[in-house]
Write a protein that binds this ligand. Structure first.
Ligand code: FAD
Ligand code: NAD
Length: 410
């Protein structure tokens, strides 16, 4: 009889496992509140309409015919009876699922560092819904600022966007917004554009601190030419409805606040009684098995092998998913099979920084500028998970370059 393989999540780790696993070896059930895979590297582009939302998602039910999908949150794991307690993502309906082999690939949550007011007043950039909220809010603020009754000071506040966190998420969003302001909103709202501004607040001494120093300097110089204000060595202490309170005792008014200060473990992972690192990630052995267990694996942003702390990136999660598919394939036919340790291969990092320029920090070379932007686009076009997504994204890029991004508010 086939073993029950339960996969929690529909992100990079889970998706690459599902796509690489042969269809006939396990009874596969995927449990996730999100019934689609989301290609996050292009998520910032959807916040301003360079790319449309549906162009970077792929329904999980179409990813493999053999799987059963349940739209639910995993809430508990009972390792004695080998069951998972789940709650429907649509109704308040609870149920249990039995597993023989379990893969936890539930990703991470946005880190607020417990700072007062962040959850209430900031917008994150992790899920498609966040991008939709951002796109709507940018246009809301311009339409509000255009009302004849709005005083000048209030107009400046409404059109001031602040991004907290100068890591790749914050930088890529700022780059996209800056393009939108220059390419479309300048012509759509000529009377307002001089009142608009964009600020990045970063606790460290530079943007993109995981990138090569020359590349992060290049990004800083481009941002300064594009009038994006970068406040480094500045930490946000508190957030109120329209105001940020900073560690240097100054305050910043904003109309839109984007919070991108990295990851923390999600509530489900926090509740699990497994050993974790200081970032709350589950510690696994070198075969990605949770320490001390024989049938529960953890991959992607929610976990790390204990002997080597891996970055929380899509490329790590994908490689782990593929690795597990190979292990499961061999184990299904040879139960005594002893897999080799998982070894992560670093392919480097890419980031879009605006004005048709990108950065590439690759093991063999570092580059920046227009040529790197062409490389960035080609690399992500290749990595998109379906032909449909590739065609849609190409079409969106072409449409935006010929007709501009759409500025309708709906
Ligand atoms: P995720 O892809 O986050 O998926 C987690 C899944 O688990 C989701 O389907 C979620 O719905 C589900 N889930 C959550 N809770 C539960 C639960 N309780 N029960 C069941 N399922 C649950 N990385 C790169 O390498 N290159 C990039 O260019 C890049 N760009 C990025 C841009 C942005 C804007 C962001 C936010 C991230 C980017 N990343 C990039 C990081 C990358 O997205 C993550 O490292 C990657 O998604 C991690 O994959 P994962 O499978 O661990 O988790
Ligand atoms: P990050 O952890 O990479 O960066 C967060 C930044 O926020 C840090 O520079 C930190 O100093 C700053 N910060 C933290 N608290 C602050 C505060 N109170 N005030 C001001 N600044 C503060 O987070 P991210 O950019 O959200 O990325 C999350 C993960 O996704 C990372 O692993 C990243 O590598 C990955 N990612 C990769 C890409 C890419 O490769 N292009 C794009 C996006 C995300």
């Amino acid at each position: 009889m086939k073993k029950n393989l339960i996969i929690l999540g529909t992100g990079f780790g889970a998706y690459s496992l599902i796509k690489s696993l042969p269809s006939d070896l396990y009874q596969v059930t995927v449990i996730s509140p999100r019934n689609y895979f989301l290609f996050t590297p292009l998520l910032p582009s959807t916040t301003v309409g360079t790319i449309e939302f549906r162009s970077i998602i792929e329904p999980i039910r179409h990813s493999a015919k053999y799987l059963t999908y349940l739209q639910a949150f995993a809430e508990r794991i009972d390792t004695t009876n080998k069951t998972i307690g789940c709650r429907s993502a649509i109704l308040d309906e609870e149920f249990e699922v039995k597993y023989d082999v379990l893969v936890i690939a539930v990703g991470a949550s946005n880190n607020t560092f417990g700072i007062e007011g962040v959850k209430e007043h900031a917008v994150f950039l992790k899920e498609l819904d966040d991008a939709r909220i951002l796109r709507r809010k940018i246009l809301d603020n311009f339409e509000l600022a255009a009302l004849p009754t709005i005083p000048v000071e209030e107009r400046h506040r409404l059109l001031h966007t602040v991004v907290v966190g100068g890591g790749p998420t914050g930088v890529e969003f700022a780059a996209e917004l800056s393009d939108f302001l220059e390419d479309e909103l300048t012509y759509t709202y000529p009377q307002l554009i001089s009142s608009s501004s964009l600020t990045i607040v970063e606790a460290g001494k530079q943007l993109l601190n995981l990138f090569d120093e020359k590349l992060s300097l290049y990004a800083g110089q481009l941002f300064s030419r594009r009038k994006i204000r970068v406040m480094t060595n500045t930490v946000v202490k508190k957030v109120s409805r329209n105001k940020l309170f900073l560690n240097n005792n100054s305050e910043l008014d904003f109309g839109l606040l984007v919070w991108s200060t990295g990851n923390t473990s999600n509530p489900f992972i926090q509740k699990l009684p497994f050993e974790k690192d200081r970032n709350g990630r589950i510690l696994t052995d070198s075969n990605l098995l949770i320490k001390g267990l024989e049938d529960i694996y953890a991959i992607g942003d929610c976990a790390t092998p204990s002997d080597f702390s891996q970055p929380a990136t899509a490329q790590v999660a994908m490689q782990e998913g593929k690795y597990l598919a190979t292990v499961f394939k061999k184990k299904a036919t040879h139960s005594s099979f002893k897999p080799k340790p998982f070894l992560w291969q670093n392919f480097g990092m890419l980031a879009y920084i605006g004005d048709n320029k990108a950065l590439a920090d690759l093991p063999q070379t570092k580059s920046s500028g227009f040529g790197t932007w062409i490389f960035w686009r080609s690399a992500y076009l290749t990595k998109l998970v379906s032909l449909k997504n590739k065609v849609q994204v190409l079409y969106d890029w072409l449409k935006a370059s010929i007709f501009g991004r759409d500025v309708s508010r709906f």
